[in-house]
Write a protein that binds this ligand. Structure first.
Ligand code: DGT
Ligand code: CA
Ligand code: CA
Ligand code: ZN
Length: 579
């Protein structure tokens, strides 16, 4: 999968161009980067199958960028990029990835303090050298240190949305080998945690000799950068994308026990093992054994392992020692939302604002997914960078969407907007315009650093507006890029339940906002949810399962999530949707 590498290259070019005060081009490169980053197919494969022309079919990729991607894919280098970099200190692109400092400040820090790397930056901040520079203060120095923290966290762990396709690709390759019997992803990837430290894979093999062949195959895959360890039963590799993958090979009779063990979490395993001991049993990665006789009573499947200990099988997403073992013992496990159980998306963008595809493309893609409905929610006027629509433009756009909706038979198209929640809590369009929308999604997109009370009031005020249907990405975080804003979530949840404002679980890979623990807490307040992709292209619609994963980790049932409901039930949850 070449996508992360190519996307990073395009992002870096955008940053470098921005540092030279070039206009328009940086935005074009960022759009292209996002398009590649979120592509489901391997970009190298796209290129192989149809050359530069095929690349140019992708949203946001024109001839000049396609040419550069081609050069990078065929030679592994890009002259244009190397040329741009020459004009700046060596590690400039690394510094650009630290949230909170932009091109101008980097130039200044380099000029005044000779800062070249993130390590330099951290040292200078800790030595209080930065706060003394013109235009900086104690606060901005603190912010830089926080930004470095966010950056480092982001370096150590990969987003689930990017790690999962890579893991699944390797899983499929292993499954294709004649030597393997059963193959599964394990660890945090199987539990669908929002970020992944390393990917764990488990296979069982047919016969003893097969082990070596499986390991040889695994360590010599083309995307391996380094072999970290290679043994009979365990190997570790580092992929070119910087992701570590561990593979364990076990006997097929122990596959269930090994899968249970290596799926974790560690905390879940501790509790399950204690329970086994209390029942006079012993549990390890080889099976469940009677303590006295050491006779094995289970191990082939996970279901069998849990059953032997006297509890129900539980889905990997809830194995976090947060009450699941007790629930399983009392037969009180939740009925979790299902992958593939979503019937529509309430938050999507088109080329009308900052999306990469047309209304027609988005609708066709939603139909392809078998959806019953899709809401088109382009940005409101204050979102200048995202080409938000003025009152008049939005009014006209709603009419256009509704005209298309009236002709469309295969899917219900809802005309709406992602409307900014302004700093004073007002929505970014007047009420008589909001009234014309089938659906209103409200978002905070500015002043992320407001004090907690101010931000809380801002959102509570927005929820007073009876036109608001959905509170989008309620904490504003972007994993590895931006910390959540300070807000009193308990008060937000209480108000959302009371005002019947739906809370979004935004499925976009670096958002997953609300996150698992917050969504679970909100359910306790009686809140209802929607799972949305915030798609900026047709490709993004498939992120929906990342949102379903969050909902499952939050113990949500289909009853809690409005877009598991068929179209005919939507009027129960939205004031203005008519069917
Ligand atoms: P990660 O990689 O940080 O995203 O998180 P995990 O959960 O994938 O952790 P990892 O890769 O260190 O180990 C995979 C699983 O193996 C883990 O979820 C549970 C199991 N495991 C690893 N070490 C231990 C241990 O010391 N005790 C127990 N009970 N289980 C362990
Ligand atoms: Ca792991
Ligand atoms: Ca591991
Ligand atoms: Zn959006």
């Amino acid at each position: 999968m070449k996508n992360p590498e190519v996307a990073q290259l395009l992002y870096d070019i955008a940053d470098l161009l921005e540092m030279q005060n070039v206009s328009f081009k940086p935005a074009a490169y960022r759009k292209a980067a996002r398009s590649v980053e979120t592509l489901s197919e391997d970009i190298a494969e796209v290129f192989r199958s149809g050359g530069r022309e095929k690349l140019m079919v992708l949203p946001g990729i024109g001839e000049s960028i396609a040419e550069k991607i081609e050069e990078f894919l065929t030679t592994g280098k890009l002259k244009y990029y190397d040329g741009l970099k020459k004009k700046f200190p060596q590690h400039i692109t690394e510094l650009m990835n630290v949230p909170g400092i932009g091109p101008k400040r980097i130039k200044l820090l380099h000029g005044k303090l000779g800062i070249k790397t993130v390590a330099d930056l951290e040292a200078a901040a800790k030595a209080h050298k930065i706060c003394k520079l013109p235009g900086f203060g104690e606060k901005s120095e603190e912010d830089i240190l926080k930004g470095i923290g966010t950056f480092k966290k982001g370096q150590e762990r990969m987003l689930l949305g990017y790690a999962l396709p890579i893991a699944e690709e390797i899983e499929n390759r292993l499954r294709g080998l004649k030597e393997t019997a059963r193959v599964s992803i394990a660890g945090s990837t199987r539990r669908r945690k929002e970020t992944i430290g390393d990917v764990d894979l488990l296979v069982s093999c047919k016969g003893g000799k097969a082990t070596a062949r499986i390991m040889n195959f695994f360590t010599s895959m083309p995307d391996v950068n380094r072999i970290l360890a290679k043994g009979e039963t365990k190997s570790s590799i580092m992929l070119k994308t910087g992701l570590q993958v561990d593979l364990r090979v076990v006997d097929d009779s122990s596959f269930g026990a090994a899968l249970q063990y290596f799926t974790g979490s560690k905390e879940h395993n501790v509790v399950v093992r204690e329970l086994a001991i209390r029942k006079g049993l012993k549990l390890n990665e080889y099976g469940v054994f009677r303590k006295n006789s050491n006779r094995r009573i289970a191990g082939k499947t996970e279901e069998e392992v849990y059953k032997a200990i006297g509890i129900r099988y539980m889905e990997p997403e809830i194995r976090e020692n947060s009450g699941e073992v007790e629930a399983a013992a009392r037969n009180k496990l939740p009925n979790l939302v299902k992958y593939g159980g979503i019937k529509g998306d309430f938050h999507t963008h088109t080329v009308k604002s900052d999306g990469g595809n047309s209304l027609g493309d988005m609708v066709a893609a939603a139909k392809q997914l078998g959806y019953e409905y899709i809401a088109i929610t382009d940005h409101s006027k204050s979102e200048r960078i995202a080409h938000g629509l003025s009152d008049e433009e939005m009014e006209k756009w709603l009419k256009e969407i509704k005209a298309v909706a009236a002709r469309e038979k295969g899917i219900k198209i809802l005309a709406g907007s992602e409307v900014d929640i302004l700093p004073n809590g007002e929505l970014d369009y007047p009420d008589d315009l909001l009234k014309k929308m089938d659906i209103v999604v409200g978002s905070v997109h500015s002043r992320f650093k407001s004090a907690k009370e101010e931000m809380t009031k801002r959102i509570l005020t927005a929820m007073e507006n009876k036109h608001l249907d959905i509170l989008a990405h309620p904490t504003g975080r972007m994993i590895g890029k931006r910390e959540p804003y300070e807000v009193d979530l308990k008060r937000i949840f209480a108000a959302a339940a009371e005002k019947k404002v739906l809370l979004e679980i935004n499925a976009y890979p670096d958002r997953t906002d609300l996150k698992d623990v917050h969504a679970r807490e909100a359910k306790g307040f009686g809140c209802k949810f929607v799972i949305d992709t915030d798609s900026h292209s047709t490709e993004n619609l498939r992120f929906i399962d990342l949102g379903v994963a969050v909902a499952r980790r939050a113990w949500l049932s289909p009853e809690d999530v409005v877009n598991t409901r068929p179209l005919k039930e939507l009027p129960r949850f939205f004031r203005k949707i008519r069917i």
